[in-house]
Design a protein around this ligand. Sequence first.
Ligand SMILES: [Zn+2]
Length: 110
Amino acid sequence: MEAVKFHVRKNDLVVVMAGKEKGKSGKILKVLPKKKRVIVEKVNFVKRHSRPTGRMRQGGIIQKEAPIHISNVLILCPKCNQGVRTGKRALEDGQKSLVCKKCGELIERK
Ligand SMILES: [Zn+2]
């Protein structure tokens, strides 16, 4: 079974294009393919109350990133310094690279 292909993947730097977190950027920590959502570092923090459990005796409020819809994020182009649509380009060595559709710059993926 082939994995679902999204325009972003784990470790990509993205910008949030819609919703209350609009304009924020961060690294994708996790992709949730079934839900079509992503968790972006330091974006969409929600407060959760946690009960004291064995390991975390303190309990209290913890902050955690909540997933946002994958269609609300775009790859951050370092040159344009904004969220951009991206395309793929085959390199000479046969690898496919991500390019910014706006400025044509190759976008490195980690
Ligand atoms: Zn660009």
